[in-house]
Design a protein around this ligand. Structure first.
Ligand SMILES: Nc1ncnc2c1ncn2[C@@H]1O[C@H](COP(=O)(O)OP(=O)(O)OP(=O)(O)O)[C@@H](O)[C@H]1O
Length: 328
């Protein structure tokens, strides 16, 4: 039964390993009926956080709950949460079906659940084959089938697209989206926003163990407004004209103006009105991946972690919008 509960809540969650602050004061909620991406570069604390949610690592401080209780207090946890934390090893000579039957028996589930799980991940035709001969993509599907055995309300997956080919990634995307569409919960980690861009609705982005964005992906996209880049004969005359219409312009190093708040047609009309000739015009596209790198750049640069209300530096141009630096 999937009743729309299935919330994961992290509250002021922190974990240190000696001097290493792997996770710092994370606050976020993972809602049912959506796919939530937990994104950040390698070493940003994603796996540690997922392991705390799953009761495998004890937080230094703060709490992680599922349906309001810590994992270890869930009744029949296998029917509540299915998890794939890392590429699993399988007994090479054991068939996929037997592997799943072993797990099903351990969970007190009938054998038919194993066949159902194989069907769900598209492995029915390989059910009798030894998992030792499986490709990486097939092994990922088998791991997912193991997580699905108890028909869980919540799926937690750590970097599930690692090593998948484009077809496998597309299949996973469809699977996760349809799983969430039934009112269930998906939390999926990745270090690549591009791979998750069309899979996730909500994103929690971490850098150096801290949250740098928590919100809808669409809001993140909208926050990164597109610009029109123009080569004007007389930029100094164009800027006040733009300003009069509430448009902001920024000088680029190559002498062009970057204009925010209007499309290229409106900019062309304004330039004509102001009597300024334009020699070139270009619409700059939103580059979500670039924004992601900016948000997490403190980690790569080895800089201090951003403070609570930190807003990202402009990615080519000024960033607008909320949601940064805090949990919801
Ligand atoms: N058991 C441990 N003992 C000591 N340090 C650890 C332990 N587990 C994780 N760390 C450290 O905590 C930090 C966060 O690691 P974590 O694996 O959670 O990050 P991640 O975002 O999942 O990275 P990756 O994508 O590379 O797995 C890293 O600096 C890592 O070295």
């Amino acid at each position: 039964m999937h009743d729309g509960s299935g919330r994961i809540i992290a509250q002021d969650l922190s974990k240190s390993f000696g001097p290493i602050h792997a996770v710092r004061n994370l606050d976020f909620t993972v809602h049912p009926g959506a796919v939530t991406g937990f994104l950040g570069p390698n070493g940003s604390g994603k796996t540690t956080t997922l392991r705390m949610i799953l009761g495998l690592v004890t937080p230094t401080s703060g709490t992680a709950t599922i349906n309001g209780v810590p994992f270890h207090r869930l009744p029949r946890p296998g029917t509540v949460v299915g998890a794939v934390l890392e590429a699993q090893s399988f007994h090479p000579g054991r068939s996929a079906r037997d592997h799943l039957r072993c797990y099903a028996a351990a969970m007190g589930l009938p054998d038919r659940q194993a066949d159902q799980a194989l069907e769900l991940v598209g492995l029915s035709s390989a059910a009798r084959r030894g998992a030792g001969g499986f490709s990486l993509g097939m092994r990922q599907r088998l791991a997912l089938a193991t997580a699905l055995l108890g028909d869980p309300q919540i799926l937690v997956l750590d970097e599930p697209s690692n090593g998948l080919d484009p077809e496998g990634i597309a299949w996973l995307r469809g699977f996760l989206r349809s799983f969430a569409a039934t009112g269930r919960t998906v939390l999926v980690s990745s270090h690549l926003l591009r791979e998750m861009e069309h899979t996730v609705d909500h994103v929690v982005i971490v850098s150096r163990g801290q949250c740098v964005y928590n919100g809808h992906l669409d809001e993140l996209r909208a926050a990164q407004r597109s610009r029109v880049l123009v080569q004007a004969a007389d930029p100094a005359a164009l800027v006040p004209a733009l300003d009069q219409h509430g448009l902001s312009a920024e000088y680029l190093q190559d002498g062009r103006l970057a204009i925010t708040g209007a499309d290229s047609r409106a900019v062309a009309d304004l330039a004509l009105e102001a009597g300024v000739a334009l020699y070139g015009m270009q619409d700059e596209q939103v580059d979500l991946e670039q924004l992601f790198f900016q948000l997490t750049s403190g980690q790569y640069a080895g800089a201090q972690a951003p403070p609570g209300n930190w807003a990202p530096p402009a990615v080519g141009h000024q960033h607008h919008g909320g949601g940064f630096g805090g949990g919801r």
